[in-house]
Design a protein around this ligand. Structure first.
Ligand code: KG4
Ligand code: ZN
Length: 373
């Protein structure tokens, strides 16, 4: 069975992380380098596309070199190059796609195009493999990040000795992504950017039953999400509770001084604010867990995958873990490092497609709205 494992170089540049990784046999991560642009976008409270592509241009060569060095290989040792083709910011994607093509031509190695969302699915599979767990497929997969909140049913397709996967879209957000709601609420409350990690920490110190947010009322697909309502509800709550305004201004001044640790911001947050954060998080997490498990039940999938930046959320992890046994489901998360954007997941997804014989050529183009299904 074990001939030589293929070495895949993965390249990811769809949003604000420039990443490269070397993965052996689609399962063993030899290196995974991520250059985050958070420090550049922070002062704008969100990703600025023009700045992102410029930064990718500066980072892509050193990041790939670093990944190759950390893996202890030479660039000519790789068997194929896997690059994110979409979805994402077009200018950012183009940097990775162009560099992937250049490397492929210069090295004479095959190029494989990868859908970023399929990468997030493979982040779960990478972790499951490392933990010696084999998920039952088909699985229900929730991809929940700053750019996406979407449910896919993941099915294994047997193509010769290659395991490729096919996807059916079960539901998704009709407005904001869950991570986007975190980031917007964090902005209103002056908790810095990105908002998720700090709010996750602060929520632990509040009462999650203090503020009641109504569930989104939606007709149609019960597996769709909506997070713009809760964002607006927080805005109205803050208007009604103007006594919270001075501490928001105080936190903003602290942020402007560069004091953005969760501890520093917590010290500047009243119990009422911590309650609001905890209640917001509870509402978002409950909604994600409830609809995802309902979809798993409807489609009879035993395994449930959770991936994307928000999958790092501690409350989300706890809630899924505690609800799953009651529903007879088994939950699979990536490690925190593999939850957010990285290139190891792109190399792993590319490996499967490489074995299946898929090849991209010099005509490959980035696609901002590339669908997975
Ligand atoms: O996957 P990712 O790195 O980038 C994309 O958006 O594709 O996800 C980043 C998002 C941000 O919105 C960030 O606020 C959120 O994930 N996030 C979290 C946590 N860590 C990151 N949200 C809630 N809790 C967290 N612990
Ligand atoms: Zn992503």
């Amino acid at each position: 069975m074990h001939s030589r494992e293929h070495l895949i170089l993965g390249i990811e540049s769809s949003c604000d992380e420039t990443a490269a990784a070397i993965v052996a046999g689609g399962q063993r991560i030899l290196s995974s380098v991520v250059a985050s642009q958070v420090d550049i976008h922070r002062k704008y409270g969100g990703v600025v596309p023009e700045l992102a592509s410029r930064e990718h241009l500066q980072q892509i060569v050193p990041v790939v070199r670093e990944a190759v060095e950390q893996a202890g290989i030479a660039l000519r040792d790789v068997d194929a190059i896997a690059v994110t083709r979409g979805p994402g910011l077009i200018g950012s994607l183009l940097v990775g796609v162009t560099y992937g093509k250049v490397l492929s031509l210069a090295l004479g190695k095959p190029l494989v195009a990868v859908n970023h969302l399929e990468g997030h699915v493979h982040a779960v599979l990478l972790e499951a493999h490392a933990a010696g767990r084999a998920p039952d497929l088909p699985a229900m997969c929730l991809i929940v990040s700053g750019g996406h909140t979407v449910l896919y049913r993941v099915t294994r397709e047997a193509a010769n000795d290659a395991a490729t996967f096919s996807y059916a879209r079960i539901g998704g957000t009709r407005d904001d992504a869950a991570g986007e709601a975190y980031d917007k609420v964090a902005k209103m409350l002056a908790l810095g950017y990105p908002g998720g990690p700090v709010m996750d920490r602060l929520a632990a110190h509040g009462n999650s039953h203090a503020v009641r947010f109504g569930e989104p009322k939606m007709r149609g697909n019960p597996y769709d999400f909506s997070f713009s309502g809760i964002k607006t509800a927080v805005l109205y709550y803050l208007r009604r509770n103007s006594q919270l305004q001075p501490e928001i201004e105080t936190r903003q001044r602290a942020l402007d001084r560069g004091e953005r640790s969760a501890e520093a911001l917590r010290a500047l947050s009243s119990p009422a604010t911590l309650d609001l954060i905890a209640s917001f998080q509870r509402a978002v997490v409950d909604d994600l867990v409830r609809r995802t498990l309902a979809a798993a039940e409807e489609y009879g999938t035993r395994a449930v995958f959770i991936s994307g930046g928000v999958a790092a959320n501690s409350e989300l992890r706890r809630s899924f873990e505690s609800a799953a046994p009651l529903h007879g489901r088994e939950i699979f998360f990536p490690s925190r490092a593999l939850s957010t954007d990285n290139a190891a997941m792109i190399a792993a997804a590319g490996h499967a497609r490489f074995l299946a014989g898929e090849r991209a050529d010099a005509m490959l183009n980035a696609e901002a709205n590339l669908p997975l299904a």
